[in-house]
Design a protein around this ligand. Structure first.
Ligand code: SF4
Length: 433
């Protein structure tokens, strides 16, 4: 008998949004959602296959679920399930494997779980409508919700398996996006993160794009904050930058994947821009939106990457106005163009290079954070930590801790930043503004 359910979500924000929707549906059906650290009757693992490391993390999550809930059932859903269901079947403790289309019908399969064995439900068809109706709310934390507005991707970056696993680009109905945002506001959500695989390609049936959607969300809902998740550098129109500059309800935060700092490698990666246009867009944003936080993704060790190519990347990252970068190591993904190239960068070199860039990211991040000592930031508070401090996130993506006698959770406050401790800013709530 399944009463309690816990979740383990790997990978991107879209996975988070999809887990939130599944969680909401199960809750409404009467299941009790519990923390992943306590035993549960069922653990749902929303998996990731974007790199080999992501797959290893998924296997680690399965092992952790088995350890914490030795008598519980395990369902693996999502991208790793879609890519390698047979491999997952051989891992002990996995009862059900659902592909990217099937994961939304999880309730249909729960009765079968009682019979034991491992069932695989993964269809090759991945281009379907995977958007929940607006009643199924991607609630997430009590303060912030990841709202899925787009799915799939038509770009064919040489290293990326996502289009194979999630299909081509498609966009959620415009009116449904607005309706869900209104419901989220009614539920007390203060921040919505617009999520998808390639959200810059958002296009509604009536020809309305991402900027149109943001404008309508601002006009037609009372949402206090909108955040844009990762967006490709060739898909950021001036209109969007201008909107971010003038509209305080849009978080001053862009995550723009660079992937590499050498045009030769960008070409091999089949990316749709070159270094010059990346520099142009990042500098345009930094010059237009005061105190904006710009982060990026970088991939090291792509086939053909020489020491010189790597140095080019490191130098570019040093000169750009970036607040942080996520560093990934290349691993060949099945059926991608890059899997046919000779993976000629030694594992040792990949590790050294990624470590070097991670350290550089820490330096950039520290540099970015220090700019805010003595300044005020608008912070949405999400929880109280073990030390009794309230933790929140500024609109420009800075983690902020404050001490307060007044409860602050789910409130947006002005905070004067007093010091930086590692990756966190400390501050005091400003009472009189
Ligand atoms: S833009 Fe490129 S990296 Fe991003 S999902 Fe599409 S194919 Fe993958």
């Amino acid at each position: 008998m399944i009463n309690t359910v816990s979740f383990r979500t790997l990978g991107c924000r879209l996975n988070q949004s999809e887990s939130d929707s599944i969680q909401y549906e199960l809750q409404n059906a009467g299941f009790t959602i519990v923390d992943k650290k306590v035993p549960s009757d069922l653990t749902i693992i929303n998996s990731c296959a974007v790199t080999r490391q992501a797959e290893a993390k998924t296997r680690g999550a399965i092992a952790a679920a088995r350890r914490i809930s030795p008598n519980g059932k395990i369902v693996v859903v999502g991208c790793y399930a879609q890519l390698s269901a047979q491999d997952l079947k051989h891992l002990s403790g996995v009862n059900l494997i659902l592909g990217n289309n099937e994961k939304y019908r999880i309730m249909d399969f729960l009765n079968g779980l009682e019979d034991g064995g491992t069932e695989i439900r993964v269809s090759d068809e991945v281009g379907g409508n995977t958007f929940s109706p607006p009643g199924i709310i991607s609630r997430g934390t009590h303060t912030r919700a990841h709202m899925k507005i787009q799915e799939g991707c038509d770009y064919r970056c040489a290293y990326c398996v996502i289009p194979l696993l999630r299909g081509g680009t498609r966009s959620r109905n415009f009116a449904d996006c607005i309706a869900e945002a209104k419901l989220l506001v009614e539920q007390g959500i203060k921040e919505i993160v617009l999520s998808g695989i390639n959200i810059g390609t958002y296009m509604s049936e009536g020809g309305r794009d991402l900027t149109d959607l943001i404008e309508s969300l601002l006009k037609e809902t009372d949402i206090q904050r909108l955040r844009i998740s990762s967006i490709e550098p060739d898909l950021i129109p001036d209109r969007l930058i201008a909107l971010m500059k003038h509209e305080p309800r849009i978080c001053r935060h862009f995550h723009i994947p660079l992937q590499h700092g050498s045009n030769e490698i960008l070409g091999l990666m089949r990316r749709r821009y070159r270094v010059e246009s990346y520099i142009e867009i990042v500098e345009k944003i930094a010059g237009s939106v005061p105190e904006v936080c710009i982060g990026t993704d970088v991939l090291v060790g792509f086939p053909g990457e020489s020491e010189e190519h790597f140095i080019e990347t490191a130098k570019l990252l040093e000169r750009l106005p970036l607040a942080y970068f996520h560093v990934f190591r290349f691993s060949a993904r099945p059926e991608t163009a890059a899997s046919k190239l000779r993976d000629n960068v030694k594992i040792r070199d990949k590790k050294i290079r990624s470590e070097q860039l991670r350290k550089l990211s820490e330096t950039c991040s520290n540099h970015f954070l220090r700019r805010f000592v003595g300044k005020k930031l608008r912070v949405l508070f999400e929880k109280k930590n073990k030390s009794g401090l309230y933790e929140g996130l500024s609109d420009n993506y800075i983690k902020v801790n404050v001490k307060s006698k007044e409860p602050l959770i789910n409130q947006i406050k002005n905070v004067a930043i007093t010091q930086i401790n590692g990756a966190v800013a400390q501050g005091e709530v400003v009472v009189c503004e």
